[in-house]
Design a protein around this ligand. Structure first.
Ligand SMILES: Nc1nc2c(ncn2[C@@H]2O[C@H](COP(=O)(O)OP(=O)(O)OP(=O)(O)O)[C@@H](O)[C@H]2O)c(=O)[nH]1
Ligand SMILES: [Mg+2]
Length: 358
């Protein structure tokens, strides 16, 4: 999974990036700096537990890559110049994490009052304009070429998207058929990506739910169907420097149940409809990421095309049964396993052994 961090200048994107990835990228900023990129493993106590029991040679967590780009400068003109390149850095991501400044401190470029709705609109406008520019250039190139039934169909679809964007609607709000989705896959439109809004709050609100303070903004986000979380990037940076008991103590002192990293990653999984299943053995304990509603056959394909092709049955033990009985073997002895066919819909946390024959 890839998460792109975007936002206006000086809102705390790099601070958040550092906190999430335990990195130490410069928070001095700089307009033309290359994006910060780092991969971390997805914290999952289920994998920890499985690993404790199996003591495998290798433990493989799911990974998430974070990409932090320089601040987006509002305005179509900047967009047409170098700014387009900036946004291209987040074209490959699965989900956009949009950081909003909700701390009052004056930053170098930001002296305005907190304006959650205004900031969201500014960034979304840039995403929208970038997509519009891409569509317009594609259509004008298509107009120079000989038409085919396929190209005509694509053009019709692009015109539909264009109208949507011109009505100032993000593409993620447009219902598409699976065929249309396939046609558009290569474009990687920015306004089509799912978003999470990170409210980068002032440290003093760390123990306060700010929803009622910013009720208008919350209503606006709800209308956009965009989930949000509140995080203090500054506090999270401090947390990320700590380990083990020190971390635990600091979290407790600040009334936090866990680092913001965990909450953000969980939300990203949720927004993307991602779930995990596990394979466990003496060689390796591993987390696999699939989509909610994927079946056992599709899950097998994640591991290897041979396992998918030669699929016989999926031996499934639920994570709860594994926990209750202390090991997969004991759960099996207690009859807590199922032999599931191809069309079985995998449940988050399933521990699966695929029986296959090639
Ligand atoms: N008080 C407070 N200050 C913060 C917080 N997050 C970031 N800052 C400060 O805001 C300034 C900018 O932080 P960065 O993390 O570099 O922001 P950015 O969004 O990456 O900035 P650009 O990359 O230049 O757009 C720094 O001086 C930070 O110390 C926060 O949660 N609370
Ligand atoms: Mg930065």
């Amino acid at each position: 999974m890839k998460i792109g961090i975007i936002g206006l200048s000086g809102v705390g994107k790099t601070s958040l990036f550092n906190a999430l990835t335990k990195s130490s990228a410069s928070v001095a900023g700089g307009r033309n700096s290359a994006p910060n990129i780092a991969t971390i493993r997805v914290p999952d106590e289920r994998i920890d537990k499985l690993s404790d029991v199996y003591k495998p040679k290798k433990t493989s967590y799911a990974n998430v890559e974070f990409v932090d780009i320089a601040g987006v400068i509002p305005g179509g003109a900047a967009q047409a110049a170098g700014e387009n390149n900036l946004l291209n850095n987040i074209r490959p991501v699965d989900v956009i994490c949009h950081v909003i400044r909700v701390f009052d401190e004056e930053c170098e470029q930001l002296t305005d009052a907190v304006n959650i709705i205004g900031d969201i609109k500014k960034i979304n406008d840039e995403l929208l304009l970038s997509d519009l520019a891409m569509i317009e250039s594609r259509i004008s190139r298509m107009n120079l070429k000989k038409k085919t039934p396929a190209s005509e169909q694509e053009q019709k679809l692009l015109e539909k998207l264009k109208a949507h964007l011109e009505a100032e609607q993000m593409l993620f709000t447009l219902e598409l058929t699976p065929d249309e989705e396939t046609t558009l896959q290569g474009f990687k439109f920015l306004s089509q990506k799912k978003q999470i809004v990170v409210l980068n709050i002032d440290e003093k609100y760390i123990k306060t739910d700010i929803n009622s303070k910013y009720a208008d903004a919350m209503a606006y986000l709800k209308k956009l169907d965009t989930p949000h979380i509140q995080i203090s990037a500054k506090i999270e940076m401090e947390i990320s420097q700590l380990e083990g008991d020190d971390e635990k103590l600091f979290l407790e002192e600040n009334g936090l149940a866990e680092p913001g990293r965990n909450r953000l990653i969980r939300l990203a999984y949720d927004v993307l409809g991602n779930i995990s299943f596990f394979t466990a053995g003496e060689d390796e304990v591993k987390a696999w990421t699939i989509q909610k509603n994927d079946n056992a056959h599709e899950a097998a394909g994640k591991i290897h095309s041979d396992i998918q092709r030669g699929f016989i049955k999926a031996e499934v033990v639920s994570y709860a049964d594994f926990l209750e009985h202390g090991s997969v073997e004991k759960a099996k002895s207690a009859g807590k396993y199922r032999l599931e066919p191809k069309h079985y819909v995998v449940v988050d946390g399933d521990i699966i052994n695929f029986r296959f024959n090639v």
